[in-house]
Design a protein around this ligand. Structure first.
Ligand SMILES: [Ca+2]
Ligand SMILES: [Ca+2]
Ligand SMILES: [Ca+2]
Length: 264
């Protein structure tokens, strides 16, 4: 064989090997573990944060708003609750579930709210609300907010009807006084000399009149004790006695009793 031909054949073989290489891919598995991060309650606010209660029997609504974040995304937050109110409020039980505010979720953060109906006898003072958020892994975070309940001194009273009284006779009738604010009340007797003596006594009354005729206010008295207190949602009868002087003209006499309560 001619060496020139051998060289050409060798060149062809080498060329074929280079043109059709054997290529085999290999896959490597990637592994990473993303840990759970507990949610955080980043803020708790109460609106209004200074509460003047409606009088009994009405309740007063306050709204608690919490901002919750979770580094695994807000979708990892499963539930948010008000777990305690300190001091506890009679008639308000916890936990109170908070509701996700529709559309508030973005990235790591979402907003939750709950409404609390405060009873009319909720004690005045400062309160702390604790909010707890949980995520899918069962981890939790808490945050607190505060609000203040103001003192309300308020009463309702019923009218006093002495009925039919003969001249020279007397009659006793009562007003039912109900405490409808969160402060227990009393009626101050200034100078401890009886009601309707000083203008700022807790109970004062007018003369009773019928046209131009009058029964003077010193014919009316009460045995109510200034030491007596009335608690929220409790009632008491305040008795009044009317002496109709002999010689009083017939007619229907009317007047006014003014009750001014003080915090007991
Ligand atoms: Ca998480
Ligand atoms: Ca007095
Ligand atoms: Ca008077």
């Amino acid at each position: 064989m001619n060496t020139k031909i051998v060289a050409v054949l060798m060149a062809s073989l080498i060329a074929m090997v280079v043109a059709v290489p054997m290529v085999i891919s290999e896959e490597a598995t990637m592994t990473a573990t993303v840990g759970n991060v507990a949610p955080e309650v980043t803020s708790v606010s109460v609106s209004p944060d200074s509460v003047t209660l409606n009088t009994c029997p009405d309740t007063t609504s306050i709204t608690v708003t919490a901002t919750v974040s979770d580094a695994n995304g807000y979708e990892d937050i499963t539930d948010v609750n008000i777990t305690s109110i300190n001091p506890a409020i009679t008639g308000v039980s916890t936990p109170i579930p908070m509701t996700y505010v529709s559309g508030s979720g973005s990235g790591n953060t979402a907003t939750y709210t709950a409404t609390i109906d405060l009873p009319c006898c909720t004690t005045a003072g400062n309160y702390t609300v604790t909010v707890e958020a949980k995520d899918n892994a069962g981890e939790n975070g808490t945050g607190t907010g505060t609000f203040t309940v103001q003192l309300t001194v308020a009463i309702t009273v019923t009218d006093v009807d002495f009925g039919s009284v003969a001249p020279g006779g007397s009659s006793t009738a009562s007003s039912t006084v109900t405490c409808v604010g969160n402060a227990a009340v009393k009626f101050v007797d200034v100078s401890s000399d009886g009601y309707d003596i000083e203008d700022d006594d807790g109970i004062v009354w007018s003369d009773m009149t019928s046209g131009t005729n009058a029964i003077a206010d010193d014919n009316i008295g009460t045995s109510w004790s200034p030491a007596t207190t009335i608690s929220c949602n409790d009632s008491a009868s305040v008795p009044f006695t009317l002496n109709v002087p002999a010689g009083t003209a017939s007619g229907t006499y009317t007047g006014t009793i003014t009750f001014t309560p003080s915090e007991a």
